[in-house]
Design a binder for this molecule. Structure first.
Ligand SMILES: Cc1ncc(COP(=O)(O)O)c(C=O)c1O
Length: 440
């Protein structure tokens, strides 16, 4: 909204949008998108998603060479889809209810290279930028192998360019790792929520970290300003980038293949529910956009946010442009550092508002409880942000009733997007798990 909201205008807002009353008390809520229609959104053309897939394939031999963990997938950056029956059973016991359908985690917490969903968009955009520079300067040819990018001469060419990004941590890590590998200078503007280990990792690989004692929106703004000063700087705009969005969207094709390989049907009688943790909205927005293209009305996408940072929910529910959680006098303080975003991306809100099924919020304590339960049952560690999706089936009951999906729920599939965790140091993992265990 820009200008700070007065108490009077906040009071009026709470009258007009009753759900905000619970939101301003940090209570968990679930908002269902009453305006959802099933029209496809055509602003990002399908061709871009296919182009993105082809681009990632062109880079695959280089990625395989640099990152041996991608060998088994021939240089593609992909994660597995794993069923989590023990977690489901434990949830049924704890919640004292039966949950329908099969539950899976899409394991982007183990995504090669940087261990988070942000690798999809962030790495893709850096590769796209590198490709553009290299083609324009005739350093590579699309018809030849991109292995030439491994030559030191190309690395020194890229060293004249600087990539700048604002981040709560994981996007910065993804861009830092691939950017430095290619030879770029990388500057990451970090919000105050960013964890020290993420900053240390970036410094270790030779990226410059600019620390801000302010939230994510300020970090992005400062990065944008810095990049404007120098024509050799390229700014990756987490709030507005169509390139990031394309990179995230490609995940949908891969999920389709993985479901198919497991002989899991998605159609009118077999609904697919996907639960995505949401910060500024780029990652969940791009993935949901891709999923809608692939599965259309048979996929139901929900975004999950912390009770202290419900930026996308507030934006979509009120339909007020640029509204922030600070406008609601919320503090935007959460242990889910990747989701500590006060203002949602307008670009993403525009792209997903017409088809998103809903958004819900989850308290930090619930994140830690779910984290411990998932680890105890399935031996999977995810960072706190990544647990937000796992609350979905508990909270979306009113949606399945409203959409009259009840009959098809026994044949439903539920995918929780596991968005990060692989790189979290052991000591921090243990502390979090010990805390979560106290709530089991
Ligand atoms: C672990 C994790 N999950 C989810 C997200 C949300 O992504 P976005 O900010 O694009 O909505 C982030 C963002 O950094 C993250 O780090």
């Amino acid at each position: 909204m820009g200008k700070r909201m007065t108490n009077k205008s906040l009071k009026k807002l709470l009258q007009d949008y009753p759900l905000l009353r619970s939101i301003t008390k940090y209570q968990e809520v679930c908002w269902i998108n009453e305006k959802k229609n099933e029209l496809p959104v055509a602003t990002i053309k399908e061709v871009n998603m296919e182009e993105a897939i082809k681009r990632l394939q062109r880079f695959a031999p280089v990625i395989a060479e640099w990152f041996p963990e991608t060998h088994s997938d021939f240089g593609l950056i992909e994660s597995s889809l794993q069923q989590i029956p023990l977690f489901k059973q434990a949830m049924e016991k704890k919640e004292n209810q039966i949950f329908f359908g099969n539950w899976f985690v899409k394991s982007d917490h183990q995504l090669p290279i940087s261990g988070s969903v942000k690798a999809r968009g962030g790495i893709y955009e850096v590769l796209k930028f590198a490709e553009k520079l290299a083609l324009e300067n005739k350093l590579i040819d699309q018809k030849e192998s991109y292995r030439k990018l491994l030559f030191p001469s190309i690395k020194s060419f890229f060293a004249d360019f600087t990539i700048i990004v604002g981040s709560t941590g994981n996007l910065g890590l993804s861009i830092g790792i691939i950017g430095r590998k290619l030879g770029f200078q990388v500057i990451v503007h970090m919000s105050k929520d960013a964890k020290t280990w993420k900053k240390d990792k970036l410094k270790e690989i030779g990226a410059t970290v600019v620390e801000h004692d302010a939230d994510y929106s300020v970090a992005v703004e400062q990065g944008r300003k810095e990049a404007e000063k120098d024509s050799f700087c390229y700014f990756i705009d987490d709030e507005n980038s169509t390139h990031l969005f394309e990179g995230y969207a490609t995940a949908a094709y891969r999920l389709e293949e993985q479901l198919h390989a497991k002989q899991i049907l998605v159609d009118e009688n077999h609904p697919l529910f996907v639960y995505l943790p949401c910060g500024v909205g780029g990652a969940p927005g791009g993935i949901a956009y891709g999923l809608k293209k692939v599965f259309q009305k048979n996929v139901h996408c929900f975004f999950a946010e912390p009770t202290h940072s419900p930026a996308m929910l507030t934006r979509l529910y009120t339909n007020i442009k640029d509204i922030s959680v600070q406008d609601l006098q919320l503090d935007n303080q959460t242990e889910a550092d990747g989701l500590a975003v006060g203002k949602a991306s307008e670009f993403v809100a525009d792209h997903i508002g017409s088809f998103i099924s809903g958004c819900y919020t989850i308290s930090d304590n619930e994140l830690f409880r779910l984290q411990a339960l998932l680890f105890e049952t399935e031996k999977e560690y995810l960072e706190p942000s990544a647990l937000a999706g796992f609350y979905g089936p508990i909270t979306i009951k009113s949606y399945t009733e409203k959409e009259k999906l009840y009959e098809n729920m026994p044949q439903s599939t539920h995918v929780f997007w596991g968005t990060g965790g692989m790189l979290v140091p052991e000591g921090i993992r243990q502390e979090q798990l010990d805390f979560g265990k106290t709530m089991l």
